[in-house]
Design a protein around this ligand. Sequence first.
Ligand code: T1G
Length: 694
Amino acid sequence: MAEIVAFSKEGNIGLIAVNNPPVNALSQAVRAGIKASIEKGNADKDVAAMIIICDGRTFIAGADIREFGKPPMEPHLPDVCHFIEDSPKPVIAAIHGTALGGGLEIPLSCHFRIALSSAKVGLPEVKLGLLPGAGGTQRLPRVAGVQAALEMITSGTPVAATKAKAMGILDEIVDGDLKAAALLFAKKVVDEKRPIRKVSSLEAKADSPTVFDDFAKSISRKSRGFIAPFKCIEAVKAATELPFPEGMKRERAIFTELQASDQSKAQRHVFFAEREVVRIPGLPDDQPTREIKSVGILGAGTMGGGIAMCFANAGIPVMLLDVKQEFIDKGMAVIKKNYANTVAKGSLKQEVMDKRLSLIQPTLAYEDLKNVDLVIEAVFEDMAIKKEVFTKLDAVCKPGAILASNTSYLNVDDIAAITNRPQDVMGMHFFSPANVMRLLENVRGAKTSPDVYATAMKVGKTIGKVPVLVGVCDGFVGNRMLAKRTRECGFMLEEGALPWQIDKVIYNFGFPMGPYAMGDMAGLDVGWRNRKAKYDSLTPREKANTILDKICEMGRFGQKTGSGFYKYDEKRNATPDPMIEELIIKHSQDAGIKRRVITDQEIIERAIYAMINEGAKILEEGIAARPLDIDVVWLYGYGFPIYLGGPMFYADTVGVKKVYDAILKYKDMVGAEYWTPSPLLEKLAKEGKGFYSK
Ligand code: T1G
């Protein structure tokens, strides 16, 4: 087994090579190995300087996140960094790939830093609910300045090597053989007797007395609800006010506090869940999949066009089919406009837009789909139409082509049954706007073969989505749980709450918008149509809750009609509408419901715990294989706050027993048909366990 940190010599230069696949994370062995190698180099009289370099695809990608929450083991990373910086012989970091977190803190404690031009450096700890805990908040402002350090540390966004050099983080950019370039650089340092430069001996100067308050204000919107970004600012501020050793103590204190916080535990959970979710329990990691070299998309509407863009963006040719030329023209115009907007914003080059557009081939003929490897149908949500389309696809498409429906709730098994290839049929449910939202619910039918849904998971990753494998039921995972939140919010309107109160509570919980503002944005007619489609399956109380019907019957469909639950000015700014308040109050009177004060806490419990209970049922039924699948659906499809980790992780944070007790309370208050605890949730509560208990 190759050494995890190997020390060797090339002439009078000591080479410290880290080899800890897959990303050279700073496990205890790596930390100890680096420290031991520095000792060895300093003890060797023939060594004049040392280089820290990494094998594999990237320089160190940070502390080993898997070690968090476990008893910390020496040597601690800050001490390793001090040890490097205190080396009497020059130490040079040679960076390739992505030097992230502790992977940049190590170079910052070195005396010189060089990188390949293709490299990136960053401090993404804030995305884990942390801050750089090995001197990053103290050294980065000393080399790059306070403003740049604040931006890098609170955003967590890596910077390209060229920009990092301009910021003063890197001393040299090299190309080709990094090791050879590093040896050359080291020899220069030695021959020119360049003095040892300790970053900690530099001064971090605040650009203005209000720079920290101003910066906190500037991120308040995008960092709403998060704790770590504002703690990062505190730590950088300390670098300008305290001597280095005290600043390090301040950084360590804040890091320790954040590491123990619920938010960081949730964000670390999300980091791993997003990677684990593509692994299908029961299928081998090397499960064979089908090659997808070209795709057919049926329906050039909003969804079809967005899906077509996803594949074109990944360089996969698309045949975009619709039944009328005018639909094709409209769809292509929307795609062009979307790309043009991105080009105008400067985040896409014109030639890339042109390339992507050239990959989307519009057509009116099913015949043009005969050679594609995958078809995704995104036509009207009507079973009869879907069956007609799949009958045609079954006749035209080559054997082995995968036929997928983008349906958001129709039964995929019924669609598959209309074809002669049910094993090749499944659902691929994108979320609108499909070219933006990262969630993809891959719906495996009863007869879908494993290599088909394994292919869909792989394709999902290829087009930059976060794919989750789900089973067939009404609404799959996301919309099935959303329906419970919608129901409870609708009941609370009848019982005493108003739309703007509910929206405010759900917004403050951490969602981007409350349900009523969201409905107004999506169009109330969509929800109204769904309600009518499912009317027969509703309970008497759900049927009698006609608040949405009354609003829609007035033609108030939301933003697009100037009013819905809210009224909108010409800039679509929403204001509560007294007329809606009167309508709701009259509805309660007519329904004989005595209105009462509904607390914010009750709104959270009834909206979120109803979803958690449904999530537990989804797990019992095997519609989702793991709680992390449900969390990922809600994090990436519905904007569930990342710092709460998703509904099932949040249930564990609150305590499943507490959730269970609340469900029993609402069972009495609202009724057993809505609030009977799932057997799984009851079992976990009684055993004092959580959904993630080992
Ligand atoms: N620790 C442990 N495992 C890690 C890891 C890490 N830092 N980074 C990645 N992995 C695993 C990952 O789970 C996956 O495992 C495999 O490596 C490939 O990752 C004190 C406290 C580096 C850009 O936040 O951003 O330093 O699923 O699929 O798409 O200040 O990984 O194969 O079993 O993501 O090529 C700060 C996190 C840590 C960087 C590569 N560093 N990693 O992306 O591969 S905190 C980070 C990434 C810290 C100090 C603080 C990405 C990547 P598996 P992958 P990728």
